[in-house]
Design a protein around this ligand. Structure first.
Ligand code: LMR
Length: 394
């Protein structure tokens, strides 16, 4: 039967991981996959995660099944982290999922079950796997302009014009913070405008929030999500714990579905549990339990927040250092956007040929669309990158 299979295109981000590994150069720099790295290039296990795992090892008495929706304590803790007290808990259905990707996938499936005729609008550009999953599911999609290549900021006029063509009931996929791949995010005023358009055109927002705490802080990064959740009747939110808890391989995420009233939230809850059952039965529990242990213990939570702040501030410093180096080398302010962007990524705005030159001549790896993982840098490699960017004619 396998002779009927076709070859699958390699995932561009994951293929880059392999190419970097195979490069023998000692001074190579990996700015590819979105994984946080410290100044030594390590992806450490956070202190609070280690402590929570030790506690679980000691106190856990069973590995029996949880519930189809996952451990309720995890859902409650994550709803509180993302939404705080924005709206009553009984209007929110939630399931634990294998990572943020699992939540995205379940959200698309839920949309397919309830409004298969809806078009799902995605930013141009967006995380490539959004598009790949949508294609896999045969979903109806359109893109809206998002990134202005000249200013490297959000193309608000283009976005509003394109969403002006969306039909009532269409879904708009938004990045709650730290846009992947561009690093450009709407201002507070622009979010107000986006919310007004969503409301006026009766669109359903689906928010992917995978980097809460990596931009301006845990609450600031959730502000747009909370605004949307308090302004619209129905909202889908896919949240990831991979990055802000650093538990990538534990596959820990959550899908929240905000309904207009309690009976509809119950129906959504049933359908989400059903989807979990069809796709993988029970969601992974270990990472979820680590997260709820941390979030519900004041000491562990404070330590986690402190470490997350160090990570966030470290990335901001690298952004500022890189922008300053490039200001000096280019004798211009055309790279200042790097300090304005937020999160792990910035789209540099280089051509595919220039990206190839950075890789071939300097051993600097970034995604083909010139997305750079800022966390792949350190104070010593920033000047190296800055010189290479100028040498590559960017
Ligand atoms: C990324 O965008 O690099 C991350 O979200 C990792 C991934 O799975 O692509």
């Amino acid at each position: 039967m396998f002779e009927h299979l076709t070859d699958q295109p390699a995932d561009k981000i994951l293929a880059l991981m392999g190419a970097y590994k195979a490069d023998p150069r000692d001074d190579k720099i990996d700015l590819g996959v979105g994984v946080y790295k410290d100044a030594e290039g390590r992806t450490p296990i956070m202190r609070a995660v280690k402590a929570a795992e030790a506690r679980l090892l000691e106190r856990e008495t069973t590995k029996s099944y949880t519930a189809l929706a996952g451990d309720p304590a995890f859902s409650d803790a994550m709803i509180d982290l993302v939404l705080a007290d924005t709206l009553p808990r009984d209007r929110i259905a939630a399931i634990a999922t294998p990572g943020g990707t699992g939540a995205v996938r379940q959200a698309f499936e839920l949309i397919g079950r309830t409004t298969p005729e809806a078009t799902i609008w995605v930013s141009d550009p967006t995380w490539p796997n959004h598009l790949s999953i949508l294609k896999h599911l045969d979903a109806r999609t359109r893109s809206y302009r998002y990134f202005d290549p000249a200013s490297r900021a959000v193309d608000m006029a283009g976005m509003m014009a394109d969403l002006g063509e969306a039909q009532p009931g269409d879904v708009v996929l938004l990045h709650g913070c730290c846009h992947n791949p561009t690093g450009a995010n709407p201002t507070a005023e622009q979010w107000d405008e986006i919310v007004a358009t969503l409301k006026a055109r009766q669109l359903v927002p689906m928010i992917d929030i995978a980097y809460q705490g990596f931009g301006d802080g845990l609450d600031a990064d959730a502000a747009a999500t909370r605004l949307i959740a308090s302004s619209l009747d129905e909202v889908l939110i896919a949240a990831s714990c991979s990055k802000n808890f650093g538990i990538y391989r534990e596959r820990t995420g959550i899908l929240m579905a905000i309904a207009r009233d309690v009976p509809q939230a119950r129906k959504a809850q049933d359908n989400l549990a059903y989807l979990n059952r069809q796709n993988y039965s029970f969601p992974p529990d270990h990472g979820a339990r680590v997260v709820s242990t941390i979030l519900t213990d004041p000491e562990l939570r404070a330590d986690w927040q402190a470490e997350l702040e160090e990570v966030r501030e470290g990335m901001l410093k690298l952004r500022e250092q890189l922008a300053a180096e490039l200001r000096q080398l280019s004798n211009s302010d055309r790279f200042d956007f790097l300090a304005e962007h937020r999160g792990m990524f910035s789209r540099l705005g280089a051509s595919p040929e220039q990206v190839a030159r950075l890789r071939d001549d300097h051993g600097i790896y970034m995604v083909g669309d010139s997305r750079m993982n800022i966390a792949g840098l350190n104070a010593k490699t920033v000047p190296v990158l800055a010189r290479a960017i100028i040498a590559a004619g960017i």
